[in-house]
Design a protein around this ligand. Structure first.
Ligand code: MRU
Length: 344
């Protein structure tokens, strides 16, 4: 059973009438309200955030996660710094250190810092930034839905839904719109170790909207692909280089290679804010390594033996040659079109 807990009273604002997932991050008057995604799908806990320090910790601890949602939170963080009279350069530095791979974080803080330098209102700019992501994700949904035929079975990894973007999602947006258009998509949801974003968040979002799905263990994707049960793979991305190499949740690379081996189209869905004009290839993308405890423990239970050591890269890079296309607000692009559209 789902219980609703509020640290302080807030209203739940739905992302859209048809979309039943609450806003992951919101600007309210003079502060940020954030849904604690670590508690989902069992508890709704909303945090009121009044300081840049607390926001940076919330991004690092994955209270909010998913590159575009992190970007929106960071834009609001710059607005918060402005409202609180905090040094904007220090705020920017602190936010940039909170999660290194998500390009959207850097896009957002740079945008608001530039607005502030030019003497305009950072709060209005942060709200505009969120609207821009909403519009981009809606377009990604409409555009990507055209690639989906009736009764298609689609595999996705991690959570690139509304929780990860605040609105619509990236990978889940085309699936949502295909569902709204009566195409009856079915989704294989990778559980996504070690934080279970697929099992906890993607399956929850899809269930809320009545989109049929099954959670599979990460290692089962190849099995279903080899048996012809998967028609298409769509994932999100945290950062995309100019040659089309794309960083996304650890395990994405393997899914892309197995999809390629089985002749299954593999798409990355992402807004302009995820493309990095300064990264020529995936070699330039910083990969976050997170705590060993995420691998060695789950839910307070020790999984590995005493003294065990773990490695925990949060992302991997899928080479462009395995990616069929990039679903963006500028259309479905091939790798060699990226620089022309999103380059400096
Ligand atoms: O570690 P997370 O949960 O922030 O990782 C999220 C992903 O890998 C998403 O696929 C990516 O950020 C795109 S979200 C639209």
């Amino acid at each position: 059973m789902v219980s609703v807990k509020y640290r302080q009273t807030v209203h739940i604002t739905m992302t859209a009438p048809e979309q039943k997932v609450p806003l992951a991050v919101e600007w309210k008057d003079d502060h940020i309200v954030m849904l604690d995604q670590r508690m989902l799908p069992h508890d709704f806990v909303f945090e009121n955030i009044h300081s840049v320090d607390k926001l940076a910790a919330s991004i690092t601890d994955m209270v909010v996660r998913g590159a575009p949602a992190i970007g929106i939170a960071a834009a609001y963080g710059m607005a918060l710094a402005y409202v609180n009279g905090v040094d904007m350069d220090k705020a920017k530095e602190k936010l940039e250190a909170s999660r290194p791979t998500a390009k959207d974080l850097f896009t957002a803080v740079d945008r608001i810092a530039d607005v502030w330098t030019s003497g305009k209102d950072p709060v209005a700019a942060a709200i505009d930034y969120a609207s821009e992501i909403e519009e981009a994700c809606r377009t990604i949904g409409e555009t990507g839905a055209e690639l989906i035929s009736k009764d298609m079975k689609i595999l996705t990894h991690c959570n690139a839904g509304a929780l990860a973007t605040v609105y619509w999602g990236t990978a889940l947006a085309p699936i949502r719109f295909a569902h709204y258009h009566g195409k009856k998509p079915y989704v294989f949801v990778d559980e996504t170790r070690p934080r279970y974003q697929g099992a906890r968040l993607t399956a929850w979002e899809l269930r809320m909207e009545g989109i049929p799905n099954a959670i599979i263990v990460d290692n089962a994707a190849g099995h279903f692909m080899s048996r012809g049960e998967v028609d298409m793979v769509i994932t999100g991305a945290d950062r995309i280089a100019m040659n089309g190499d794309a960083a996304n949740k650890i395990g994405t690379y393997e899914k892309a290679v197995v999809a390629h081996e089985n002749g299954i189209p593999f798409y990355i869905a992402a807004p302009a804010t995820t493309f990095d004009p300064t990264a020529e290839s995936g070699d330039a993308i910083p990969i976050e390594e997170r705590s060993q405890d995420e691998v060695l423990e789950w839910g307070g239970l020790r999984v590995g033996p005493e003294g065990a050591v773990a490695r925990n890269p949060a992302f991997d890079v899928t080479p462009a040659r395995y990616i069929t296309g990039f679903i963006t607000e500028k259309g479905v692009l091939k790798a060699d079109e990226i620089k022309g559209v999103f380059g400096d």
